[in-house]
Design a protein around this ligand. Structure first.
Ligand code: GDP
Ligand code: MG
Length: 597
């Protein structure tokens, strides 16, 4: 059969370099969508994604294009998530296509995410077409950026297309380059079915929708299919393509990208990267390289109001239905009551889920300190995966502890290099590499993931005035001198504030935390000691003085309305607090106490 008219591609770019705008423009210029149906940024579906300007779920669109050679082509664009948390999903979507447009903002140049994503494309053997975007801006410097692409990435950029996704310059050239430079897919129509599961999501009407790339064979409506990772059998009730509205088709053949529905109830029952085949006469070997994505960051989510626990359970279960990489189990905390220990692919993933619970389900949450998974090796030879510092076993039984490390790549203008090196050093980093490309430095550090999950990215942005870019990958576990630090408020341990820290940093961290908490906890009618401890030993201490008098009476004397307002404010604030023994601790204290300056 003839696959020569199909082109499958993705767009790789650093955030804000114009990936979504370019995708929209390609779709619009081929008349795939009527102009009046064209919403800004068609491919970014969820509200939160739109607000944050990031793409989280892979998405796809089929574009019909009549090229200058007079032939009709089918172009399938898979939009990939741009954030490090979703690196595994990026790598799977890359394997579903043959080529990539590498979009670089011609006023900015190559950034860390550009590198991470383009290396994924290179790993997937893609043909890569460089696209220099935003040439309508006066600061555009195509020559410099093309040179940088060659220097830093090592691909030929002499034929880079100069584009303005905003005004439409270069869009025709881009479409022609896709047709001329990217290879068509290959595949055997008569071979047993092999379809790669690229993505899946839940739809209220259709159930789980599964995005597939057909490698070999043909998928038809009514087929009985088998998911190879768990041998589950499903009956296909619908297949189709995205234009971007869903359009049903009779079959999907080799090289094609489309969706199926099969009365699958939960996204959990599908696994990105899995191979789908027919129940009968199926393929005997799955596609190589399948590995489900694993949560790496854990934290506790507790309702501020204990009465909302069941609502929280409901929200978490619903969100989990649609997100196989989000894990949860019930947790009880002496201080916080009933809640959930949740696992995420990274911090952004955590924030997105937390935001959705607060926003879509209207539940106020206490988020405990994010933690990574520690390998705790016991004296008796057993190894425990520690997801929660509160579960740390008694030290007398522990032989040693290992923590996950990452390889972090940071690109930064020269003038901020000193600050970046200091930040990495402060976070127990080991420098692996330092090179220059023009006036920008590329530093590679081996860092403990634990030191990065919290506020590393925020700090990096602030010390470099937003000019640094950052990306990382896990490199494995290594032993270090780690201890559990507890915080005692009014002599009671608050387990939600327990953290694992390096022994050498414990005093500094402990002091910083108790000082912060002193500001974050409001004064009470009695004085409150706030302490940091390792085992039974106090390593830092502050005392929050008692309130002397009725503040409202003193400050506002006779002004009744102001007094009332103040009391109302206090009441509203109270709602967001939790009582620990006799002490009220505001919700934001749990996160803010951990931020390091
Ligand atoms: P993404 O994060 O890579 O998907 O980037 P977006 O497509 O969301 O674009 C980021 C910002 O750059 C938006 O404000 C766009 O309007 C703007 N933008 C994208 N392409 C161009 C362009 O060609 N010229 C100009 N001037 N702005 C652009
Ligand atoms: Mg985007």
């Amino acid at each position: 059969t003839d696959l020569s008219h199909i082109r499958n591609f993705s767009i790789v770019a650093h955030i804000d370099h114009g990936k979504s705008t370019l995708a929209d423009r390609l779709i619009q210029s081929t008349g795939t969508v009527q102009d009046r149906d064209m919403k800004e940024q068609l491919l970014d579906a969820m509200d939160i994604e739109r607000e944050r300007g990031i793409t989280i779920k892979a998405n796809t669109v089929r574009i019909d294009y009549v090229a200058d050679d007079g032939r009709k082509y089918v172009l399938n664009l898979i939009d990939t998530p741009g954030h490090v948390d979703f690196a595994y999903e990026v790598s799977r979507s890359m394997r579903a296509v043959e080529g990539s447009l590498l979009v670089v903002d011609s006023t900015q140049g190559v950034e860390a995410q550009t590198l991470a994503n383009v290396y994924q494309a290179i790993d997937a053997d893609h043909e890569i077409v460089p696209v220099l975007n935003k040439i309508d801006l006066p600061a555009a410097d195509c020559e410099r950026v093309a040179e940088q692409i060659e220097d830093v990435i090592g691909i030929d950029a002499s034929g880079a297309i100069q584009v303005s996704a905003k005004t439409g310059i270069g869009i025709h050239e881009t479409l022609e380059a896709i047709v001329k430079l990217l290879p068509p897919p290959q595949g055997e129509r008569d071979a047993p079915l092999k379809a790669m599961l690229v993505d899946s999501w839940y739809d209220a009407y259709l159930g789980v929708i599964v995005l597939v790339r057909i490698i070999d064979g043909v998928l038809k409506k009514g087929d009985r299919i088998r998911m190879m990772h768990n041998d589950s059998i499903h009956h296909v009730d619908r297949i189709g393509v995205f234009r971007p509205p869903m359009q049903t088709v009779d079959e999907l053949g080799p090289g094609e990208i489309g969706f199926l529905t099969a009365s699958i109830k939960q996204v959990r029952d599908t696994r990105v990267g899995d191979t789908i085949t027919h129940e009968k006469k199926g393929a005997d070997k799955a596609l190589p390289g399948f590995k489900p994505s694993q949560p790496v960051v854990f934290c506790g989510l507790f309702p501020v109001d204990n009465a909302e626990f069941e609502d929280l359970r409901d929200a978490i279960e619903k969100l989990a239905l649609n997100d196989a990489s989000f894990s949860f189990e019930m947790e009880t905390s002496a201080a916080l009551g009933f809640g959930f220990r949740c696992g995420f692919l990274g911090l952004l993933h955590l924030e997105v889920i937390r935001d959705r619970i607060e926003r879509e389900y209207d539940i106020d949450l206490i988020t405990t300190a994010p933690s990574v998974i520690y390998n705790v090796h016991m004296r008796d030879g057993e190894m425990i995966e520690l997801h929660n510092p509160a579960d740390m076993p008694d030290l007398t039984h522990v032989d040693h502890i290992e923590e996950p490390r990452i390889k972090a790549t940071i690109l930064v203008p020269d003038e901020f290099l000193g600050d970046v090196l200091k930040l990495c050093q402060d976070r127990r980093g080991i420098q692996m590499d330092l090179t220059y490309a023009g006036s920008r430095a590329m530093v590679v550090y081996d860092l403990p993931l634990n030191e990065v999950v919290f506020d590393f990215y925020d700090r990096l942005k602030s010390v470099t005035k937003g000019y640094a870019s950052f990306d990382y990958q896990m490199i494995g576990y290594r032993q270090d001198h780690l201890v559990k630090m507890q915080i005692l408020v009014n002599d009671e341990p608050v387990d939600a504030l327990s953290t694992m820290v390096h022994r050498d940093r414990a005093e500094t961290r402990g002091r910083a935390m108790v000082e912060k908490l002193k500001d974050l906890i409001p004064r009470h009618m009695f004085k409150i000691p706030i302490q940091a401890a390792i085992g039974g030993r106090i390593i830092a201490r502050e005392t929050l003085a008692a309130l002397r008098k009725d503040v409202t009476a003193k400050c506002y004397g006779g002004d009744a309305t102001r007094k009332k307002k103040l009391l109302e404010k206090q009441k509203a604030g109270k709602k967001k607090m939790r009582q620990f023994g006799k002490v009220d601790i505001p919700q934001e204290a749990f996160i803010n106490a951990l931020k390091m300056d």
